[in-house]
Design a protein around this ligand. Structure first.
Ligand code: NDP
Length: 255
């Protein structure tokens, strides 16, 4: 219901206000995994605010709702180097102000929680590949685009999770997922140091527990709500924030 209302509103807005003309756009945001869930909700908010959104999808031909928003849709599988290279080629010479590494994966949603006994090597490695290696490879491939941005501060936002906090009490059955977010957090800190010289702020952002395919229907937050807040937090980031971990409404989180 919400999604439909947003979609109709935004597609009407995109056409009437011509938010994609170079003069009127506030900036360009690339969001990975934008075809559903949090990436989709964040795309809606940025487009409604007057940004151009480049939304990536593994299957662009199926990303009808994302296209209806007015986003430019580009194919990307973050575990596939050829796909990453192709995306970079497609976007060559396109300035990008903000990269949101949102695409994420959790194993075994369909067969119950992972236990000490049943978590497999494949689950660990695939989840790590998508959630930790993916954001690094995508950010590196898009560095030329970030360098073309004329924004004072360029931004890379890695969508992390409270699950990545090392000292958080153990949540039963998430063996393969949580450590990928811990790794992503460390990668965030390291990239923030390397990219500081280019005025690129790199942060980890925890979106909260949301009602998506990954978060499940019992989650506390609606993506439309939390991503509206997150958009404002992302807009407000400065170089002082680089290398930090923030919540969707801007609260600071200890690693
Ligand atoms: P969903 O499962 O609803 O959506 C995941 C998105 O990631 C989809 O667009 C999916 O594409 C994409 N994706 C998965 N694997 C790949 C891949 N290999 N390459 C490219 N894209 C891929 O998840 P959410 O929207 O809930 O989660 C978004 C982010 O927020 C994730 O990083 C997640 O870890 C994080 N997060 C979510 C929480 C929640 O409660 N929902 C809580 C804390 C963190 P496709 O449609 O093709 O599968």
């Amino acid at each position: 219901k919400y999604l439909l209302a947003f979609t109709l509103f935004n597609s009407a807005f995109a056409h009437s206000a011509d938010v994609h003309s170079p003069d009127s756009i506030k900036g360009t945001v690339l969001i990975t995994g934008a075809n559903r869930g949090l990436g989709f909700a964040l795309s809606q908010h940025f487009i409604a605010d007057g940004y151009k959104v480049i939304g990536t999808a593994r299957k662009p031909e199926k990303a009808h709702e994302l296209k209806a928003l007015g986003a430019k849709v580009v194919q990307l599988d973050v575990t596939d180097d050829v796909s990453i290279e192709q995306m970079a080629l497609t976007l060559k010479d396109t300035p990008i102000d903000i990269v949101v590494n949102n695409a994420g994966y959790i194993a075994n949603l369909d067969r119950g929680f992972e236990s000490f006994k049943n978590t497999s090597r494949r689950d660990f490695l695939l989840t790590y590949n998508v959630n930790a290696v993916g954001p690094f490879m995508v950010t590196r491939a898009l560095l030329p685009n970030l360098m073309l941005s004329t924004s004072k501060v360029k931004k890379v936002v890695n969508i992390s999770s409270h699950g990545g906090i090392v000292n958080r009490p153990k949540v039963n059955g998430i063996y393969s997922y949580d450590p990928t977010k811990t790794a992503l957090n460390k990668i965030t800190i390291d990239m923030s140091k390397d990219l500081q010289q280019f005025n690129i702020a790199v942060v980890a952002l925890a979106p909260g527990h949301n009602k998506t395919d990954m978060g499940g229907e019992n989650a506390k937050l609606e993506p439309e709500f939390s991503m509206g807040k997150a958009k404002e937090v992302i807009k407000g980031l400065s170089m002082q924030d680089t290398g930090t971990f923030v919540g969707y409404s801007g609260f600071s989180i200890k690693w």
